[in-house]
Design a protein around this ligand. Structure first.
Ligand code: ARG
Length: 461
């Protein structure tokens, strides 16, 4: 509605106000949800005898035509219409005349926008979860290949204990599984229909909110109208869920960046997912994981921004809430492209087993195994064993060897009770394989974890 037509305001608005006030240039993203919402609404109005069959039919065929116009780029979005809701209603009026004016009976833009936005967010939850399943599948493919690929497991970015590469990636499979569950939980929990709440207080018309909710695929109807038109928790939840997701993506990206440096050399990104330097011809840059890591900034910003918008708002709707959408659109787009690009980059990345293996030979990764040996086989307390192992590490350093390369004679000088069997125990592969406790890195345990994810993915189709 151009503002001239409203009751209280007689003059048309300043052009700069139209620009400031309008949201249609971004909330047009919600056109489909808006049209679907209106179709459900007029079906309910007909069922309740509030409008007649003729009006319903005209409105629905007009809305279908508008959908086509938008999808074929014939539609003109004009900031004078303010937002997507008024834009579609005004266009409908042009197309079908007076019947269009019946569409807004027993609703307000406040419940309309709450409906459109919620539907959009619910659908995006499903889309993101689906993309994450694709990422999980690619991770699983790599994991199946690398249960024997040794690399240094780290704490504090220092070599700690040997693990296998699948085991390392399975940590990310676990994170992304939690992400999927978070999106799915939000989707289930927020499947609550806001439509029918009208401006803030409900409506005197004999509406059927249950029926309308069912038409739109919601599981239930909201309890309190005042809350419903004021509530953006579902959008905040989406922004939070995406924030956790991109934090996980960023951690993996950080590792890929490190791993593809000359210092590590554990992986090489494919040419399609790498970029070059404009000046240094020898360079292959990990721009993809760097951008993925960098995207966290805007995504966290979007979360903080909406939390801030919402924090002081009196009930019910306030125009501040129009600021809820762009951040969500941006975070959703960022999440989708990030998952897609990470999936492809992983699929095409080469894994340098030799470099990983070489790296395990630095840092005395089996030192804990020697301490455990002294404890279980030579009668030491763990603390004394820890101390003696420290001395042996110092000796190995002086000799320029890794502890796993010391021979029996060298070890016996420190403790005569040490026997031949220690040599096998200190081998890095055996050290990795010894950690067979549930959830540990042994090949056996790693394979169980792979099976777990395989079954989970199979079950989910
Ligand atoms: N464009 C508005 C928004 O996005 C729609 C709701 C407008 N409601 C109102 N009472 N002005 O929030």
């Amino acid at each position: 509605m151009s503002k001239v037509a409203s009751g209280k305001i007689k003059k048309s608005s300043a052009k700069i106000l139209d620009e400031f006030n309008a949201s249609v240039m971004f909330d047009k993203e919600l056109y489909l949800e808006d049209i679907e919402g209106s179709i459900a609404h007029v079906k309910m109005l007909l069922k309740q005898g509030i409008i007649d069959e003729n009006a319903k039919t005209n409105i629905i065929s007009g809305l279908n035509k508008i959908q086509k116009e938008i999808e074929t780029d014939e539609y003109i979005f004009d900031i004078k219409d303010e937002d997507i809701h008024m834009s579609i209603e005004n266009r409908l009026t042009t197309l079908i005349g007076d019947d269009a004016k019946r569409m807004h009976t027993a609703r307000s833009r406040n419940d309309q926008v709450a409906l459109d936005f919620r539907l959009f967010v619910l659908r995006k939850n499903a889309e993101i979860a689906q993309l994450l399943f694709g990422l999980e599948k690619v991770l699983l493919e790599i994991e199946k290949e690398h249960t024997d690929t040794l690399l240094p497991g780290m704490t504090h970015l220092q070599h700690a204990q040997p693990i296998n590469f699948s085991y390392h990636l399975l940590a990310y499979s676990s994170m992304f599984k939690r992400d999927i569950q978070r999106f799915e939980n939000s989707m289930k929990r927020n499947s609550i229909s806001p439509i029918g709440c009208a401006a803030l207080a409900g409506t005197p018309y004999q509406t059927d909110r249950e029926y309308e909710a069912k038409l739109l695929g919601f599981s239930s109807v909201s309890i309190n109208c005042l809350d419903t038109v004021s509530d953006r928790d579902f959008a905040l939840e989406m922004l939070f869920n995406i924030s956790v997701l991109v934090m996980h993506i960023s951690r993996l990206s950080e590792e890929i960046i490190l791993w593809s440096s000359s210092e590590f050399g554990f992986v090489e990104l494919s040419d399609e997912y790498s970029t070059s330097s404009s000046i240094m011809p020898q360079k292959k840059n990990p721009d993809v994981p760097e951008l993925l890591r960098g995207k966290t900034g805007r995504v966290y910003g979007n979360l903080i921004s909406l939390l801030t918008v919402m924090k002081g708002l009196p009930l019910a709707y306030n125009k501040d809430m129009q600021e809820d959408k762009e951040g969500v659109f941006d975070s959703v787009k960022t999440a989708c492209i990030s998952i897609k690009i990470l999936t492809e980059a992983l699929k095409t990345m080469s894994i340098k087993k030799e470099a990983m293996l070489d790296a395990t030979k630095k840092g005395h990764l089996s030192a804990t195994d020697l301490a455990d040996y002294l404890t279980s086989k030579c009668g030491y307390t763990f603390r004394d064993a820890y101390k003696l192992t420290g001395e042996i590490v110092g000796y190995a350093d002086d000799k320029g060897k890794d502890m796993s390369e010391l021979n029996l004679q060298e070890l016996k000088k420190f403790e005569p009770k040490i026997k031949e069997d220690v040599i096998d125990i200190l081998k890095l592969y055996n050290s990795m394989n010894a950690r067979d406790s549930q959830g540990g890195t042994s090949v056996n345990s790693t394979k169980k974890q792979i099976e777990y994810f395989e079954e989970w993915l199979d079950k989910r189709g």
